[in-house]
Design a protein. Sequence first.
Length: 201
Amino acid sequence: MDGVLLLLCHWFAVCLSAPLFSHQVTQQNSPCTTPPAQSTAAPLYALCNSIGSAGAECLRVTAFVSYFSVLLATVQKLTAALLPTAVTAFVLELTAATQALHQAGAPLFTYAACCGFSGICTMAQVRCVLPSEISLRPYLFEKLLHALLCPMLIVAFTCSYPAYVRGLACIFPFALLLLRLCQQKRKSLLRPKSRNKLPHF
């Protein structure tokens, strides 16, 4: 049940936070490395090229996981006396952060914040796979907002917390919801209205 609640809160947080930054995402398409004539004329060549491209992307993504895992182990050794393991893992790598939270017996809203931010490793993976489609600065702001929204929604929808705590947790998501509705209303007002033309006889 906790997993379902966590998933629903993340979906709701995406609906609230992502539209605020959608206008800052570039609309450029990534350049095509394969000539379309070859892919359409030779299906076997297109299949081999697709498998090779997918394998190369998988290696690039897993290389980030390996690099940040080694970096996390190094940083934890250097900052073991200053910072808990979960804090450094929260900043750098998502999988290690969730494992550290599980070992510490952390509450559910900390998992929500961790999955909302996702770590620098995930951001670097997204930037590597979509270099022209994603602008890093608004993406970072959106992830920070997502990491703030998700634990608030978890607290708001969990009955074990006191009523006043749940009420306080609802204030910020509700304000974002109102802002989102105002944006939609403003877009609908600025949208040019189509005039009904009389048919020509």
